[in-house]
Design a binder for this molecule. Structure first.
Ligand SMILES: [Zn+2]
Length: 457
């Protein structure tokens, strides 16, 4: 097939006036509205009530009791997800972890994974960590990094540390765990056939250094599993900050840079879909990997090359983390449900859209050039299966979000006349037959590698 070149003529000197337009707000899809509406605040509450009844979910706690400790908790999570829908394939992702760091003895570590198969193998993840920890409260540490070494060393590595002491972890991260479980049910029971395969995963070992997500992500990378997006949720259920400020109307989304990273593209996408399906909830995009000096499982995914972000409640109460007082009375279920709906809107939109176009060649080279005049922007990309149209985006390089967009036909090349590829950033998305749009793939100029110049001694 001969590719057709589409050309936008632009006036020299005033290039933006010719086609400037803001990115169109997508029409609401009734299927997605229904999924968002099906998120149940009551079920979130009943799930969390059960989850905290296990006392602690410390990764090194009792694995043999049927009522207390992480063994009982993970068995219940697995069975509850199986009960919630026959369409979910629910299993443990088990790893024997040797002693290292905060893992002070060999341990049987299990992530709980629920898969909703889609038409294609490309995957979208929703996650939270179900393990909990009690180090006596986050603020007992003199360190700026909660959970990190306190005066006298890391509490979790001390010989007298008791992994069976109560650690409800209602908000950290029972909130993200039950959000993940509830979305598994809502998506599986929606009756919608998604293009993407959805994976709902509850991580273990987060509090010992992202252990469960680390080994899972390493396996994904080794097996070249196509993971398109990871929606991680950690501490998403409290609306009353320790400073007394209440905010139940917004949520933070942290996305590692640089500015055209896949994580930033995912963050922009979440903001856009939330504005359509959960307009009362404000998305606060954060241009960093996570809160200052703190982290979570999304980093295991980004370190292995997958686009991943983390949701964080807007106003935290540090007095109610990593201690015995992270209890269920500190969780605002109306707020948690809103955060779950924001996740649902983004996941459903992505799962119904075609995959994002590929904007590099097989050798990783950029498909952006100055053709044909030497002063134009020529964008090329690989066709996305299922796409019926594409949308190109561009912006001033110093801006965070796309400023201009143009919806075009089912082509794989496009020229913007007299738009400098040196002065603007560019991206392209794919649009499916029912109007759903993919993530935007950005054209990124590789960072120059350093060289060592040979000099006379
Ligand atoms: Zn956490």
């Amino acid at each position: 097939m001969i590719a057709r070149w589409l050309v936008v003529s632009m006036l020299l000197g005033t290039p933006m006036l010719a086609v400037a337009q803001t990115a169109p707000r997508p029409d609401a899809d009734p299927r997605i509205e229904k999924i968002v509406a099906s998120v149940s605040q009551e079920r979130l509450q009943s799930l969390l009530t059960k989850l905290v009844s296990f006392g602690t979910r410390n990764t090194l706690s009792d694995q043999d009791s049927s009522t207390k400790g992480i063994g009982a908790a993970r068995n219940w999570i697995l069975e509850e997800m199986r009960r919630s829908s026959e369409k979910l394939k629910v299993n443990f992702d088990t790893h024997i972890i040797l002693p290292q760091g905060r893992i002070t003895r060999q341990v049987d570590l299990r992530n709980v994974v629920a898969i909703l198969p889609g038409k294609s193998p490309r995957r979208i993840y929703v996650s939270g960590h179900y393990d909990s920890v009690n180090i006596g409260g986050q603020n007992v540490s003199n360190s700026a990094a909660p959970g990190a070494a306190a005066a006298g060393g890391d509490r979790q590595t001390r010989p007298d540390f008791d992994a069976n002491v109560e650690a409800n972890g209602a908000n950290d991260d029972g909130s993200g765990t039950v959000l993940t479980m509830e979305l598994a049910r809502a998506f599986a029971e929606s009756g919608v056939q998604f293009d993407a395969t959805l994976v709902f995963i509850c991580w273990a070992g987060e509090e010992q250094g992202l252990v469960g997500s680390n080994v899972h992500a390493a396996d994904l990378a080794a097996n070249k599993v196509p993971v398109e997006a990871v929606f991680n949720n950690d501490i998403v259920g409290n609306s009353l900050g320790g400073n007394g400020f209440r905010d139940a109307e917004s949520v933070r989304v942290y996305a590692i840079g640089p500015e055209d990273s896949p994580a930033r593209s995912l963050a922009r996408y979440i903001k856009k879909t939330a504005s359509v399906y959960v307009p009362s909830h404000r998305i606060r995009l954060m241009a960093r990997e996570d809160r200052f000096g703190r982290g979570s499982d999304q980093s295991s995914l980004t370190q292995n090359g997958f686009p991943a972000i983390v949701f964080r409640e807007s106003n935290e109460n540090f007095e109610r983390q990593h201690g015995a007082n992270d209890k269920i009375d500190g969780v605002d279920f109306g707020y948690l449900a809103q955060n779950a709906r924001v996740n649902a809107a983004g996941v459903a939109s992505l799962a119904l859209a075609p995959p994002a176009p590929k904007v590099t060649n097989d050798r990783g080279g950029n498909l952006l050039s100055r053709d044909p005049s030497g002063y134009d922007a020529a964008l090329r990309w690989s066709a996305s299966p299922g796409a019926v149209a594409y949308r190109i985006y561009w912006r001033d390089t110093w801006n965070n979000d796309w400023e201009f967009s143009q919806t075009i036909g089912n082509v794989t090349q496009f020229i913007l006349r007299n738009v400098s590829i040196d002065d603007f950033a560019f991206g392209v998305s794919a649009i499916g037959a029912d109007g759903q749009e993919s993530l935007v793939s950005s054209y990124v100029s590789p960072v120059r590698a350093g060289t060592t110049i040979k000099r006379a001694q």
